[in-house]
Design a protein around this ligand. Structure first.
Ligand code: AMP
Length: 250
């Protein structure tokens, strides 16, 4: 059984984001980039399924500019068997990524397509749902536990308001991963060396016959409003008065 994992290259979660002066987006030059944390969790889960003997191959796929190859190398160093780079310099939005993933999945024929529940740069939380729709595969989003059944189904636990929901899906299926599913491994030095010999194939959206033009445009990106300074109050009565008559929250 093959598992395909979509891994996105994003600005590292520890970097303080700066908006470009022309407000067209955020500064990407000379900024540390990493694999999206939810994608690391997706890859870790795929590797654990393989190590449990329930899958034979883990393939990572990333879409975007040439630097995505670095992210794919990280995936290979974590333990993926091979990688696919869908190479384009056109900015990609979730629908375009979903269409590309649909095309890659149709070629690769995985039994499970694993994605992060969301990318921490666009916070879209759309790609998994859209690719499941395009492929017409069942989907389980925000997975907190994944258990393979016999060869044809998978059971997924999801954290929902006030409890856990358990779903059983027929394979092939799309699963998106939540934070508590697992703790991703670090790549060890020997595995980083081994990853250099693993295969990364490259393909373009044109070769996949996918139109990636967005159907919307970003008008403006601005920083959040600066927090106003606090005020010291001398008594509870004064606090209540301010909350009532100034902030109007009680
Ligand atoms: P989003 O819908 O943008 O929040 O992204 C959700 C998930 O879709 C990510 O965690 C990735 O698994 C996948 N994804 C989004 N963009 C890309 C990309 N450019 N390359 C590979 N996977 C992606």
């Amino acid at each position: 059984m093959k598992i395909l994992v979509a891994v996105k290259r994003v600005i590292d979660y520890a970097v303080k984001i700066r908006v470009k002066p022309d407000k067209t987006g955020v500064e990407m030059n000379n900024v540390k980039m990493s694999m999206n944390p939810f994608c690391e969790i997706a890859l870790e889960e795929a590797l654990r399924i393989k190590e449990a003997g329930k899958a034979s191959e883990v393939v990572v796929v990333s879409m975007g500019g040439p630097q995505c190859v670095e992210t794919l190398r990280t995936g290979l160093a974590m333990g993926a068997d091979s990688a696919i780079h869908v190479s384009t310099d056109t900015p990609l939005y979730p629908l375009a990524v979903a269409k590309l993933l649909c095309a890659v999945a149709s070629r690769e024929q995985p039994q499970i397509l694993l994605l992060g529940k969301q990318a921490i740069d666009d916070d879209a939380n759309q790609t998994g749902q859209m690719v499941a729709g395009l492929l017409q595969w069942p989907q389980a989003t925000f997975a907190s536990k994944v258990a393979l059944g016999d060869k044809s189904d998978v059971t997924v636990e999801r954290e929902v308001d006030g409890g856990l929901e358990t779903l059983r899906l027929q394979l092939p299926a799309v699963i998106t991963t939540d934070l508590r599913l697992n703790e991703p491994r670090y790549a060890t030095l020997p595995n980083i060396m081994k990853a250099k010999k693993k295969k990364i194939s490259s393909i373009t959206p044109e070769e996949l016959k996918v139109d990636i033009q967005p159907d919307f445009m970003i008008l403006e990106v601005v920083e959040p409003a600066k927090r106003k300074g606090g005020v010291m109050v001398s008594s509870v009565d004064e606090l209540v008065d301010k909350l009532k008559n100034e902030a109007h929250v009680i």
